[in-house]
Ligand binder design. Structure first.
Ligand SMILES: [Zn+2]
Ligand SMILES: [Zn+2]
Length: 120
């Protein structure tokens, strides 16, 4: 499992939009990182909206046995290969949860809307 850096996560969050102001500049609260449990808080730099970012994917995959099958079915946006690995996920609003994944074939990283939560 790759150790995520705050910088990486902040940069990749920039690929999604804030649920409130639709901005795409986010910061990670380093105090939540220091706790070491993998549950981080992201803050919109424009409107200060806060949402959770979960980085302990090993634990998540253990508790959500369907997720590995879903990841196998996600097609890469670049090479169309199916099958990605999950790096972290962000719950941007009650209706919007995003998986940040890496293609197993060409290693392109991209955000994927989580369809689990979107069907609720
Ligand atoms: Zn915002
Ligand atoms: Zn690919």
């Amino acid at each position: 499992m790759v150790q995520l850096s705050i910088k990486d996560v902040e940069a990749r969050l920039g690929e999604v939009k804030c649920a409130i102001c639709k901005g795409n500049r986010f910061g990670i609260d380093s105090r939540t990182v220091a706790k070491g449990d993998g549950d981080w808080k992201a803050i919109c730099l424009d409107c200060h909206y806060i949402f959770p970012v979960y980085t302990d994917m090993e634990f998540y995959l253990q508790t959500q046995p369907d997720i590995p099958y879903i990841l196998k079915g996600i097609a890469c946006q670049s090479c169309r290969h199916r099958g990605v690995s999950l790096d972290f996920r962000a719950v941007i609003s009650v209706r919007e949860s995003v998986y940040f994944v890496t293609c197993g074939e060409c290693q392109v990283k991209f955000p994927e809307q989580s369809f689990l939560e979107s069907f609720e």
